[in-house]
Design a protein around this ligand. Sequence first.
Ligand SMILES: [Zn+2]
Length: 236
Amino acid sequence: MSETDDLRALMEADRWIERVSAQRTHLPESEELAKLEGELRGIQRSLLEVEAVAGPLKSAYDDAARESSRLKKRANDLDATLAASTANARELNALQKELSHVRMLLGESEDRELELLLAVDPREAEIASLRSRALPGAVRRRELLDIIAQLQASLGDELVSLRRARDERAAALPIELLSRYDVSMAHAGTSGAAQVIEGHCDGCRLALSPLDIDRWKAQPIGVFMDCPECGRLFLP
Ligand SMILES: [Zn+2]
């Protein structure tokens, strides 16, 4: 193999590594995951907002329900006492008065209970609907995390073997040429060499001047001019 072939092989190896690295960091599954996690966070926020309102309403409802049941029991006890009573008229009258007071309080408490129930119900329905919306998203998120982990592991393995092959190709180049290549690559990224295609550097897309094109065409075998823009070595 000529130096040019070795240089081309190294450039192709580096470009291939770049493609696989980019593939690894731009998985469509990662994009889907980011979008999904955004949606799930939105649902979570709504859930917290509704729960913040529903929580106090629910506990007020529970208090009212407890109060109603306490009053109901008190009214029943008074009823039973009155029915079995052998007390005098004055005591009976006092019991009657207490009973009607308790019934009035019970009526108020039951109204309140109903009012709170009507306020709690739609919020609990909303909480249930938000939770059921989040559920398939949470399942998909789990799947995506697994798929991404697998893809990244296999692309990671591929990169390891590509880099090993790349290092073998680099070792085939004469040391001065390799160090020029490495300097250009450190400066420009991706690879340290490029091709001229239709008058453009295919590394940085610079349109070469007619003078540079003439220089490039005239470069002797084994001599590589640098791209005036990105510094990559031009292959013949
Ligand atoms: Zn260039």
